[in-house]
Design a protein. Sequence first.
Length: 184
Amino acid sequence: MKKAMGPQTVLYPMPAVLVGAQVQGKPNFMTAAWCGIAAATPPAISVAIRPARFTREGISANNTFSINIPSASMVEKVDYCGIYSGHKTDKSRIFQVEYGKLNTAPLIQECPVNLECSVIHSVDLGSHILFIGEIMETYIDSDCMTAERADPVKIDPLIYTTGVRQYQRLGEFVGKAWEIGKKK
């Protein structure tokens, strides 16, 4: 029997990403788990950010941001960026930073995947502002690819588990999408 828990933000898995923005002339990064693909055409991603977050200031000022997908080995730096606010802590030197097509969306070299985004919509949802960004460019470390495609096992993305507040890795392979259901 299931227990009714009331409205909650329970969705598994949630990626632990580093959102990058140029804020007051410096790159800044914050950890976010409320992030996901929003559309295929144009390719778009969404991220929900509290209005008071320092990174939100840079996104709003420049209409750009980056989504940097860290590997599980980066867990300490990812958690650090979630604990400490850019309002009081300069996080511009934690990572090796580079820029791609957009000059105001800092990319983290150490992250195996980087998405460079231009804001196409923002929606004030109360506790959070939902930024929807068109993905202008995708960068993937070549050693994290198999047959010219991103390989999630090689990327080893960090996952956040809400409720218990912990980080995890991807689990085991259980079936091929768009194939295993044909057995039913």
